[in-house]
Design a binder for this molecule. Structure first.
Ligand code: ATP
Ligand code: MG
Length: 258
């Protein structure tokens, strides 16, 4: 197993956001995590990536316990992530967003990034090589020197994924990467996710509400409801699971949603 969570829990003063979750992610798989609003999906990602401290339980990555490690150390171990709300530096160019966004995730703070220490300079050439590679992967080479604020919605999502790719992640956690996008843009981002999985062999955990996209992309689906896993399995099985339909999806929802 690439990632294992055992008994992972998070309480917020009385509210159980994540309730003793056991989650296995196999190397090479594309797993979708679905569930109604407030089910605990984003909190689960926050626990895995170290943004939030778990109330209980443990997380193992490549057999090593990473519970309680700082986010930048977890990122360096090979877990990349995007956030539900995209946080780009609008006043910076695409290339700077990649370089600085990456530094911020993998060093202990903005300060050391901005100080440009000797180590920083030494790393710069390597970073720029990776920036060029990532631009190619996300298809934003032509926009490399454009300001992030001038990008389309879909391009901004690609850039956010690009920042997560900078550190050569083995595991990529994507939190609603197409939330709020049009159908056409959704297809484009889906295509990128499929390529990352198939061509770059990156293991992917995808939080997504759009069931058509999930059914197309995912090899396995985990359903969260009120912080607990209520179903898990192949997409066809999940789509027919009465518990899932009752909790969240609804037959029409599966048929109608994109
Ligand atoms: N920092 C926080 N402080 C207190 N409660 C929080 C915090 N973050 C999340 N919660 C609560 O934890 C629960 C799970 O939230 P979470 O963001 O994981 O839901 P989600 O499944 O990602 O939903 P959505 O699909 O709407 O993004 C919710 O009840 C939410 O209000
Ligand atoms: Mg969420």
């Amino acid at each position: 197993m690439l990632l294992q969570a055992r008994g992972l829990s998070k309480n917020f003063s009385g509210l159980v956001a994540v309730n003793s979750v056991d989650l296995d992610v196999a190397e090479g798989e594309l797993l979708a995590i679905v569930g109604p609003n407030g089910a605990g999906k984003s909190v689960l990602f926050a626990l895995i990536s170290g943004i939030m401290k778990a109330t209980g339980g443990s997380v193992y990555f490549r057999g090593e316990e990473i519970t309680g490690l700082k986010p930048h150390l977890i990122a360096r171990k090979g877990i990349g992530r995007t956030f539900q709300t995209t946080a780009l530096f609008n006043q910076l160019r695409v290339v700077d967003n990649l370089a600085i966004g990456y530094r911020m995730r993998t060093s202990s703070g903005l300060f050391s990034t901005l100080l440009r220490t000797g180590k920083w300079r030494e790393d710069t050439r390597r970073t720029m090589t990776r920036v060029a590679e990532v631009l190619e992967i996300i298809g934003l080479k032509e926009k490399a020197f454009h300001f992030a604020s001038t990008l389309t919605q879909a391009e901004q999502r690609k850039l956010a994924i690009g920042i997560a790719l900078m550190g050569y992640p083995k595991l990529l956690l994507l939190d609603e990467p197409t939330g709020g996008l049009t159908e056409e843009d959704t297809r484009e981002i889906s295509g990128l996710i499929a390529r990352l999985h198939k061509d770059l062999k990156i293991t992917i955990c995808l939080i997504e509400h759009k069931m058509r996209m999930v059914m197309e992309l995912a090899q396995r689906i985990v359903v969260l409801n009120f912080g607990s896993i209520i179903a898990e399995g192949a997409p066809e099985k999940i789509a027919r699971d009465p518990k899932v339909i009752e909790a969240y999806l609804g037959v029409e929802h599966i048929a109608d949603s994109q």
